[in-house]
Design a protein around this ligand. Structure first.
Ligand code: ZN
Length: 335
């Protein structure tokens, strides 16, 4: 049996995602299987990134940071990761629905989930997105989030990876369309802002509870889409990322984001150190590959199934097939 076959066999059926009627409400609450899938990777900023979770001042923008493991690091909080990835997941979900039905997503959502689902204030709590990310409806009906995020921090020190600039108001941070830059600007119209530089890396760990193969394939695809849409403040122009997935496992991680920070830092040092002939790596091997053997997982029962590198690409290929199965489950649930 191949890795991906073993992996999918360990997961819950896509049927469990179809909503059930609870007190006249359609609710998608997964059946608790006590299983998990852990997704581990590294996000690298490909543009300026503004991780800002506080209100700040009108003409000053500061990135979140924290003193940790002998460095001042840019902080990327789990709540912000979740927000951007949830929105990307919904975009993907609607696009796939449009591609598979003649109805358009609005009609399909109203029919199957009782309403068009809107993030964050009009959640339907019946759809795949609500089943995965959770939701609360007026009246107190809720689904719990099955995705657990953790705060993460830059591998690089803030001294190197955080830049402070003076920018004309709305210029570098907002849109420049229509602005006459030849006009001399007064002091008051300048905005002092910080950003995280391109190239800065953030390791991440995400845990999906009671997972189906559709959940895992959808999550991986949503992360890739969120990389294009952008994270953080002014994400229309900034906060683009490239994500490398290092491992996907049916076990719990035996390491933390803090361990990964240390491993990635040490990886750099080894790379610049004297060449040990016994330790030479193949052309094109990334720093991240070197930590793959440190990523240990543990399952509550039995041996976890862990996929690395190209095997993770196989999970993404399952998305279309699993999504069709989900639509079938929804259509059969109404009969
Ligand atoms: Zn929903």
């Amino acid at each position: 049996m191949s890795g991906i076959e073993k992996f999918s066999e360990a997961l819950a059926s896509v049927q469990t995602l179809a909503p059930r009627v609870v007190n006249k409400n359609k609710v998608a609450q997964a059946i608790y299987t006590r299983q998990v899938v852990t997704v581990v990777g590294v996000k690298t900023a490909t543009s300026r990134f503004l991780p800002v979770s506080h209100a700040g001042y009108s003409n000053e923008t500061y990135v979140d940071k924290l003193d940790l493991l002998d460095k001042t690091r840019a902080e990327f909080i789990g709540r912000k990761l979740k927000g951007a990835e949830r929105r990307a997941h919904m975009t993907l979900f609607r696009q796939m629905t449009e591609a598979e039905t003649n109805n358009g997503w609005r009609g399909f959502f109203s029919d199957k989930f009782g309403r068009e689902c809107a993030i964050p204030d009009g959640l339907c709590i019946a759809c795949w997105n609500c089943s995965l990310f959770g939701g609360l409806q007026a009246g107190g009906v809720a689904t719990f989030s099955r995705v657990r995020y953790f705060d993460t921090f830059s591998v690089e020190d803030g001294v190197e990876c955080i830049q402070t600039d003076e920018a004309p108001e709305q210029m570098a941070i907002g849109n420049t369309v229509g602005e006459d830059l030849s006009v001399e600007r007064g002091e008051a119209s300048f905005h002092r802002y910080e950003y995280v530089k391109a190239g800065t890396r953030f390791p991440f760990i995400t845990i999906i509870e009671s997972p189906t193969l559709l959940d895992v394939a959808g999550y991986v695809a949503a992360v890739k889409l969120a990389d294009q849409h952008g994270y953080g403040k002014y994400s229309a122009n900034h906060g683009k990322f490239s994500t490398e997935f290092l491992a996907v496992s049916t076990g719990y991680p035996q390491f933390s984001v803090l361990d990964m920070l240390t491993w990635l830092e040490n990886g750099e040092q080894e790379e610049t150190g004297n060449g040990n002939p016994g330790n030479e790596r193949a052309e094109g091997t990334t720093t991240e590959n070197k930590i793959a053997d440190k990523l240990k997982f543990e399952a509550a029962v039995g041996e976890p199934v862990s996929l690395f590198g190209s095997e993770i690409t196989e999970i993404r290929k399952e998305l279309d097939k699993e999504f069709k199965s989900y639509l079938n489950a929804l259509n059969n649930a109404g009969k």
